[in-house]
Design a binder for this molecule. Structure first.
Ligand code: UDP
Length: 239
Protein backbone atom coordinates (compact mmCIF):
# COMPACT_ATOMS: atom_id res chain seq x y z
CA UNK A 1 0.00 0.00 0.00
CA UNK A 2 1.43 3.49 -0.82
CA UNK A 3 2.74 5.37 2.20
CA UNK A 4 0.21 8.19 1.90
CA UNK A 5 -2.84 5.91 2.16
CA UNK A 6 -4.33 5.33 5.62
CA UNK A 7 -3.43 1.87 6.85
CA UNK A 8 -6.70 1.15 8.62
CA UNK A 9 -10.40 1.52 7.80
CA UNK A 10 -11.71 1.34 11.35
CA UNK A 11 -9.86 2.34 14.50
CA UNK A 12 -10.59 2.71 18.15
CA UNK A 13 -9.07 5.85 19.65
CA UNK A 14 -8.40 5.84 23.39
CA UNK A 15 -8.12 9.28 24.95
CA UNK A 16 -7.40 9.76 28.61
CA UNK A 17 -9.36 12.49 30.33
CA UNK A 18 -6.28 14.71 30.30
CA UNK A 19 -5.12 14.09 26.73
CA UNK A 20 -8.62 14.30 25.27
CA UNK A 21 -10.45 16.90 27.29
CA UNK A 22 -8.64 18.34 30.29
CA UNK A 23 -5.17 19.17 28.98
CA UNK A 24 -3.38 18.59 32.32
CA UNK A 25 -5.95 20.67 34.15
CA UNK A 26 -8.86 19.68 36.33
CA UNK A 27 -12.08 19.74 34.33
CA UNK A 28 -12.49 20.73 30.72
CA UNK A 29 -10.05 22.77 28.66
CA UNK A 30 -11.81 24.12 25.55
CA UNK A 31 -8.54 24.46 23.64
CA UNK A 32 -7.55 20.81 24.16
CA UNK A 33 -11.06 19.68 23.35
CA UNK A 34 -11.21 21.71 20.13
CA UNK A 35 -7.81 20.47 18.97
CA UNK A 36 -8.66 16.82 19.65
CA UNK A 37 -12.04 17.16 17.92
CA UNK A 38 -10.22 18.58 14.90
CA UNK A 39 -7.86 15.57 14.82
CA UNK A 40 -10.86 13.23 14.78
CA UNK A 41 -12.70 15.32 12.17
CA UNK A 42 -9.73 15.13 9.77
CA UNK A 43 -9.65 11.37 10.05
CA UNK A 44 -13.38 10.88 9.51
CA UNK A 45 -13.20 13.16 6.45
CA UNK A 46 -10.53 10.83 5.10
CA UNK A 47 -13.16 8.07 5.27
CA UNK A 48 -11.82 6.25 8.31
CA UNK A 49 -14.35 4.93 10.82
CA UNK A 50 -13.54 6.13 14.32
CA UNK A 51 -14.80 4.87 17.67
CA UNK A 52 -13.56 6.72 20.74
CA UNK A 53 -13.21 5.64 24.35
CA UNK A 54 -12.70 8.58 26.64
CA UNK A 55 -11.33 8.47 30.19
CA UNK A 56 -12.27 10.56 33.19
CA UNK A 57 -9.03 11.23 35.02
CA UNK A 58 -9.33 14.99 34.47
CA UNK A 59 -12.37 14.94 36.78
CA UNK A 60 -12.36 11.86 39.04
CA UNK A 61 -10.19 8.81 39.36
CA UNK A 62 -11.50 6.00 41.55
CA UNK A 63 -8.12 5.08 43.00
CA UNK A 64 -7.45 8.67 44.13
CA UNK A 65 -10.87 9.01 45.74
CA UNK A 66 -10.38 5.64 47.46
CA UNK A 67 -7.02 6.82 48.82
CA UNK A 68 -8.82 9.81 50.29
CA UNK A 69 -11.06 7.39 52.20
CA UNK A 70 -14.01 6.68 49.92
CA UNK A 71 -15.20 3.14 49.36
CA UNK A 72 -13.59 1.95 46.12
CA UNK A 73 -16.66 0.81 44.18
CA UNK A 74 -18.53 4.08 44.76
CA UNK A 75 -15.40 6.02 43.85
CA UNK A 76 -15.14 4.05 40.60
CA UNK A 77 -18.77 4.79 39.74
CA UNK A 78 -17.97 8.48 40.17
CA UNK A 79 -15.04 7.97 37.82
CA UNK A 80 -17.32 6.34 35.26
CA UNK A 81 -19.79 9.23 35.52
CA UNK A 82 -16.87 11.58 34.85
CA UNK A 83 -16.23 9.78 31.55
CA UNK A 84 -19.84 10.45 30.53
CA UNK A 85 -19.29 14.18 31.07
CA UNK A 86 -16.15 14.03 28.94
CA UNK A 87 -17.98 12.10 26.24
CA UNK A 88 -20.68 14.77 26.06
CA UNK A 89 -18.04 17.50 25.90
CA UNK A 90 -16.26 15.71 23.05
CA UNK A 91 -19.54 15.14 21.25
CA UNK A 92 -20.37 18.84 21.42
CA UNK A 93 -16.90 19.78 20.14
CA UNK A 94 -17.19 17.34 17.22
CA UNK A 95 -20.66 18.52 16.30
CA UNK A 96 -19.37 22.09 16.15
CA UNK A 97 -17.10 20.86 13.37
CA UNK A 98 -19.99 19.20 11.55
CA UNK A 99 -19.05 15.63 12.51
CA UNK A 100 -21.99 13.32 13.23
CA UNK A 101 -21.59 11.55 16.55
CA UNK A 102 -23.33 9.25 18.98
CA UNK A 103 -22.47 8.72 22.64
CA UNK A 104 -23.10 5.25 24.06
CA UNK A 105 -22.71 4.62 27.77
CA UNK A 106 -21.96 1.27 29.38
CA UNK A 107 -24.16 2.50 32.23
CA UNK A 108 -27.58 3.21 30.69
CA UNK A 109 -28.53 6.87 31.04
CA UNK A 110 -31.46 7.21 28.68
CA UNK A 111 -32.07 10.94 28.99
CA UNK A 112 -28.44 11.72 28.25
CA UNK A 113 -27.17 9.29 25.62
CA UNK A 114 -27.72 5.89 24.05
CA UNK A 115 -27.03 2.75 26.03
CA UNK A 116 -24.20 0.59 24.71
CA UNK A 117 -25.62 -1.73 22.05
CA UNK A 118 -22.93 -3.42 20.01
CA UNK A 119 -24.87 -3.86 16.78
CA UNK A 120 -26.17 -0.33 16.90
CA UNK A 121 -22.67 1.02 17.47
CA UNK A 122 -21.42 -0.93 14.45
CA UNK A 123 -24.21 0.53 12.32
CA UNK A 124 -23.29 4.07 13.41
CA UNK A 125 -19.68 3.43 12.39
CA UNK A 126 -20.77 2.07 9.00
CA UNK A 127 -22.74 5.26 8.47
CA UNK A 128 -19.64 7.33 9.18
CA UNK A 129 -20.67 8.55 12.61
CA UNK A 130 -18.10 8.82 15.36
CA UNK A 131 -19.20 6.67 18.28
CA UNK A 132 -17.97 7.83 21.67
CA UNK A 133 -18.08 5.11 24.30
CA UNK A 134 -18.52 6.31 27.87
CA UNK A 135 -18.41 4.64 31.30
CA UNK A 136 -15.62 2.21 30.41
CA UNK A 137 -16.76 -1.38 30.78
CA UNK A 138 -19.53 -0.27 33.14
CA UNK A 139 -18.08 -1.98 36.21
CA UNK A 140 -15.88 -0.78 39.07
CA UNK A 141 -12.29 -2.01 39.50
CA UNK A 142 -11.65 -1.48 35.79
CA UNK A 143 -10.29 1.47 33.86
CA UNK A 144 -11.09 3.00 30.51
CA UNK A 145 -7.99 1.28 29.06
CA UNK A 146 -9.82 -2.00 29.57
CA UNK A 147 -12.95 -0.39 28.14
CA UNK A 148 -10.95 0.68 25.07
CA UNK A 149 -9.55 -2.82 24.54
CA UNK A 150 -12.96 -4.42 24.95
CA UNK A 151 -14.69 -2.04 22.54
CA UNK A 152 -11.83 -2.34 20.03
CA UNK A 153 -12.38 -6.11 19.96
CA UNK A 154 -16.17 -5.80 19.84
CA UNK A 155 -16.10 -3.24 17.03
CA UNK A 156 -13.63 -5.27 15.00
CA UNK A 157 -11.24 -2.30 15.03
CA UNK A 158 -8.03 -2.94 13.10
CA UNK A 159 -5.96 -1.03 15.64
CA UNK A 160 -6.21 0.63 19.02
CA UNK A 161 -4.75 4.14 18.89
CA UNK A 162 -3.67 5.44 22.27
CA UNK A 163 -3.39 9.22 22.15
CA UNK A 164 -1.03 10.60 24.81
CA UNK A 165 1.13 13.65 25.41
CA UNK A 166 4.32 11.81 24.38
CA UNK A 167 5.12 10.41 20.95
CA UNK A 168 5.44 6.75 21.89
CA UNK A 169 6.76 4.35 24.49
CA UNK A 170 10.18 5.17 25.95
CA UNK A 171 12.78 3.27 27.95
CA UNK A 172 12.16 5.79 30.76
CA UNK A 173 10.00 8.88 31.27
CA UNK A 174 11.29 11.21 28.50
CA UNK A 175 10.07 14.26 30.43
CA UNK A 176 12.27 13.34 33.41
CA UNK A 177 15.19 11.45 31.81
CA UNK A 178 17.06 12.97 28.83
CA UNK A 179 18.71 9.63 27.98
CA UNK A 180 15.37 7.88 27.44
CA UNK A 181 14.95 6.41 23.95
CA UNK A 182 11.77 5.56 22.10
CA UNK A 183 10.83 2.07 21.00
CA UNK A 184 9.74 1.76 17.35
CA UNK A 185 7.99 -1.53 18.00
CA UNK A 186 7.35 -3.73 21.01
CA UNK A 187 5.62 -7.06 21.44
CA UNK A 188 2.64 -7.38 23.77
CA UNK A 189 4.74 -9.72 25.87
CA UNK A 190 7.56 -7.12 26.12
CA UNK A 191 5.09 -4.60 27.50
CA UNK A 192 3.67 -7.08 30.02
CA UNK A 193 6.97 -8.65 31.11
CA UNK A 194 8.78 -5.31 31.49
CA UNK A 195 5.75 -3.77 33.11
CA UNK A 196 5.92 -0.80 30.71
CA UNK A 197 3.28 1.74 31.65
CA UNK A 198 1.50 1.93 28.31
CA UNK A 199 -1.93 0.62 29.20
CA UNK A 200 -3.30 -1.64 31.90
CA UNK A 201 -2.06 -5.22 31.72
CA UNK A 202 -5.62 -6.47 31.23
CA UNK A 203 -6.05 -4.20 28.20
CA UNK A 204 -2.73 -5.28 26.69
CA UNK A 205 -3.48 -8.98 27.15
CA UNK A 206 -6.92 -8.59 25.56
CA UNK A 207 -5.26 -6.95 22.55
CA UNK A 208 -2.70 -9.75 22.42
CA UNK A 209 -5.41 -12.42 22.51
CA UNK A 210 -7.24 -10.71 19.65
CA UNK A 211 -4.11 -9.70 17.71
CA UNK A 212 -5.09 -6.03 17.57
CA UNK A 213 -2.06 -3.71 17.38
CA UNK A 214 -1.75 -0.80 19.81
CA UNK A 215 -0.34 2.42 18.35
CA UNK A 216 0.94 4.92 20.92
CA UNK A 217 1.27 8.46 19.55
CA UNK A 218 1.12 12.13 20.53
CA UNK A 219 -2.40 13.53 20.16
CA UNK A 220 -1.23 17.02 21.15
CA UNK A 221 0.63 17.56 17.88
CA UNK A 222 -1.75 19.05 15.31
CA UNK A 223 -2.50 16.83 12.33
CA UNK A 224 -0.70 13.91 13.92
CA UNK A 225 -3.53 11.37 14.08
CA UNK A 226 -4.02 11.36 10.31
CA UNK A 227 -0.26 11.36 9.79
CA UNK A 228 0.28 8.37 12.08
CA UNK A 229 -2.63 6.57 10.39
CA UNK A 230 -0.69 6.85 7.15
CA UNK A 231 2.37 5.40 8.87
CA UNK A 232 4.19 8.74 8.83
CA UNK A 233 5.75 10.56 11.77
CA UNK A 234 6.71 9.21 15.14
CA UNK A 235 4.92 6.54 17.18
CA UNK A 236 5.39 3.15 18.82
CA UNK A 237 3.55 0.07 17.60
CA UNK A 238 2.84 -2.82 19.94
CA UNK A 239 1.94 -5.94 17.99
N1 UDP B 1 -13.76 3.39 35.84
C1 UDP B 1 -14.29 2.20 36.28
N2 UDP B 1 -14.61 1.22 35.38
C2 UDP B 1 -14.38 1.36 34.05
C3 UDP B 1 -13.82 2.58 33.59
C4 UDP B 1 -13.51 3.57 34.49
O1 UDP B 1 -14.50 2.03 37.46
O2 UDP B 1 -14.69 0.45 33.28
C5 UDP B 1 -13.50 4.50 36.77
C6 UDP B 1 -12.20 4.36 37.55
O3 UDP B 1 -12.41 4.85 38.84
C7 UDP B 1 -11.26 5.30 36.83
C8 UDP B 1 -12.20 6.41 36.40
O4 UDP B 1 -13.42 5.73 36.07
O5 UDP B 1 -10.25 5.79 37.65
C9 UDP B 1 -11.76 7.24 35.23
O6 UDP B 1 -11.25 6.43 34.21
P1 UDP B 1 -9.69 6.32 33.87
O7 UDP B 1 -8.88 6.41 35.11
O8 UDP B 1 -9.49 5.12 33.01
O9 UDP B 1 -9.50 7.64 33.01
P2 UDP B 1 -8.19 8.17 32.25
O10 UDP B 1 -6.98 7.82 33.08
O11 UDP B 1 -8.15 7.46 30.94
O12 UDP B 1 -8.44 9.63 32.11
Amino acid sequence: MPADKPRYKRILLKLSGEAGVGGDKFGIDPETLGAVADEIAQVTRAGIQVAVVVGGGNIFRGAALAEAGMERASADYMGMLATVMNALALQAALEKLGVFTRVQSAIPMDAVCEPYIRRRALRHLEKGRVVIFAAGVGAPFFTTDSGAALRAAEMGAEALFKGTSVDGVYTADPKADATATRYETLSYTDVLARNLKVMDASAVSLMRDNQIPIVVFNIRERGNLLKVLKGEGVFTTIA
